[in-house]
Write a protein that binds this ligand. Sequence first.
Ligand SMILES: [Zn+2]
Length: 185
Amino acid sequence: MSGFQWTFLFAMTSFTGSRADRFRIEAAMFRFLVPLLTILLFQMPPSKAAALAPISLQGDGHTLAVIRGRAVCLDAAGGAVESLFGCAEATSRFGFASKDGRFYKFLPSDTMTAVFTDTRVRQRELQVTARLHAGDQLEIIKVQSVKEGKLYDIFYYCEVCSITAYTPGLCPCCRNELEFREKPQ
Ligand SMILES: [Zn+2]
């Protein structure tokens, strides 16, 4: 064999060798990356994971909570205030003392907490259906009252305009005060 042929053979061997090495490295990286990506996918916040995976096993990532107890006003420091009579002036933040002795706070951004500015609502035993966020924070889905073990839907109504609202205030149509109503389920 001529010098050229030897060089050519050597080049071929080292070429195929390096290809094989690269393949082994790629295979190894693939074996390493797949579990790593799987771990990362499941460690991601549910919203990001949902964007990548067609089905999020955790739903929207929040636990649904149904809790009975009473709504209380919170002071500026986040502590519970004696709240059966007028505390709406002091704060717009509310907490929930459950019958089993736990204490929750409502998300500051939750506009449905406006229902707790109504003294009648705070005086009642309530059942709150809510999304439970980190730090025992609740986001209201539904607030109901409980009387003698029966559930009542709480709402505000304008007879004149047949308008139903879930927070107290003026009727958006005729500007009369909305009427507090409780309807057995
Ligand atoms: Zn009205």
